[in-house]
Design a protein around this ligand. Structure first.
Ligand SMILES: Nc1ncnc2c1ncn2[C@@H]1O[C@H](COP(=O)(O)OP(=O)(O)OP(=O)(O)O)[C@@H](O)[C@H]1O
Ligand SMILES: [Mg+2]
Length: 399
């Protein structure tokens, strides 16, 4: 149990000579335009090295469960490894509790880490794997037995304590790895994509077990994943990262309901949010309107006030509408259904709206399924209260 404070943390990995040469060559050539698929060269590679994490400021409260989430390469593992002491901190301060911990050795941090690949000792049984750190710390035999039994009960692995890791399933190995972390009663548990090697069903099951475990052992967790569903379901707070920078910190609800920019809006929520680009934002009689594909919509009061307060001028915006906020209507936008995916309690529709692919999630209770079959025309609408309005250039949420 401990708080963790990261102040102005930055991590630069020294760059290998061959990459430096390549980069020089690239610099000499004229910068190519951004290709149509949107791929942009890695912005994190600088002359100094690979800037994996920068300007990282976060206070993790005692017993909080914080999830770092973001696409591959955004600096999640690097941040976690700096907290564990496995990676040197280039700049900034790391406090564990009140102690400045930048140069405290990993073994003296009282932190346990669970890795994606489990990292179990293959020649040791499950119980030997679990009590290894306690034996190293010269804890008494009886205490060791007690702690291993207790962790095994919590994780329901009592039956397999005498087996070797090679005789275990992926889910069982992951439980042992977690067991090894919790026997030490660490003040912080760090987990780096612990479920990503498991199949979808087991992943769901282990996710709920981690929620239960968290209630039982009541310690501080920092959990890394690139899976936004894991982030939403596990985190008290989520830290969304991109290119080494924090984009947003908030509760799952805050991040979902009020994404600070188009990146967060697109990353959190499944199916992905729909974006309408080049939408004119106009002001008439002191009121704000948007016009999507010829339909003029008066913005909700919730949007009016902040736009008025900052004296927002007429401009083009990007509008985000979540698939779950789209509903069938008598009046509204009309398009052809191109894909209809039946999920059971809901159906996911891809609607071609004059070339834009719009995804809608429609509940199936009381729904005539004939209306949502492929090739049918569908009229739909959304509640203006639930839309998001972003600056077209910066991508920032205007509200
Ligand atoms: N040892 C290293 N040397 C040089 N660059 C590194 C090293 N480790 C990571 N990087 C770079 O630092 C950046 C952040 O890497 P990191 O492993 O923290 O990302 P991540 O968010 O955990 O990604 P993933 O989801 O793929 O695990 C990447 O650009 C990566 O290439
Ligand atoms: Mg990683």
């Amino acid at each position: 149990m401990s708080s963790i404070t990261l102040k102005g943390i930055r991590k630069v990995y020294p760059i290998a000579d061959d990459i430096k040469k390549k980069k020089k060559k690239l610099k000499k050539a004229a910068m190519p335009p951004v290709p149509a698929d949107g791929f942009v060269p890695n912005l994190q590679i600088t002359d100094e090295g690979v800037v994996a994490v920068q300007d990282f400021n976060l206070e993790i409260k005692d017993k909080e469960f914080v999830v770092l989430v973001g696409p591959s390469g955004c600096g999640k593992s690097t941040t976690l490894r700096m907290i564990a002491g496995l990676e040197e901190i280039t700049d900034g301060e790391l406090y564990i509790g009140d102690t400045l911990s930048n140069s405290i050795a990993p073994r003296d941090r009282n932190i346990a880490m669970v890795f994606q690949n489990y990292s179990l000792y293959p020649h040791m049984t499950v119980s030997e794997n679990m009590d290894f750190s306690l034996r190293l710390a010269k804890v008494g035999k009886e205490t060791i037995l007690e702690k291993v039994q207790e962790a095994a009960r919590t994780l329901e692995i009592t039956q397999i304590l005498d087996r070797l890791p090679k005789a275990l399933s992926g889910g069982q190995r992951q439980r042992v790895a977690i067991g090894r972390a919790i026997v030490r009663n660490p003040q912080v548990i760090l987990m780096d994509e612990p479920l990503s090697n498991l199949d979808a069903k087991l992943r769901g099951q282990m996710r709920s077990e981690i929620i239960r475990l968290r209630q039982k052992i009541d310690t501080t967790f920092v959990y890394v994943t690139h899976d936004q569903v894991e982030a939403m379901t596990l985190g008290d707070r989520i830290v969304v990262m991109k290119d080494g920078f924090i984009q947003q910190v908030g509760t799952p609800q805050e991040v979902f309901n009020h994404p600070v920019n188009t990146f967060v809006a697109g990353f959190i929520g499944t199916p992905q949010i729909n974006f309408f680009h080049n939408v004119p934002l106009s002001v008439e009689g002191g009121e704000y309107y948007i016009t999507i594909q010829g339909r003029k919509i008066r913005l909700d009061e919730k949007h009016q006030a902040p736009l008025k307060a900052k004296g927002q001028q007429t401009c083009d915006v990007t509008v985000g509408v979540r698939p779950v906020h789209i509903s069938m209507a008598d009046e509204g936008f009309s398009g052809k259904i191109e894909v209809s995916e039946m999920m059971g309690s809901e159906v996911h529709l891809h609607i071609n709206l004059n070339g834009d692919d719009i995804v809608a999630v429609i509940p199936t209770a009381d729904l005539d399924l004939n209306l949502v079959s492929i090739g049918k025309d569908l009229t739909f609408n959304f509640n203006p209260k639930l839309i998001h309005v972003f600056d077209q250039t910066t991508g920032e949420n205007l509200i």
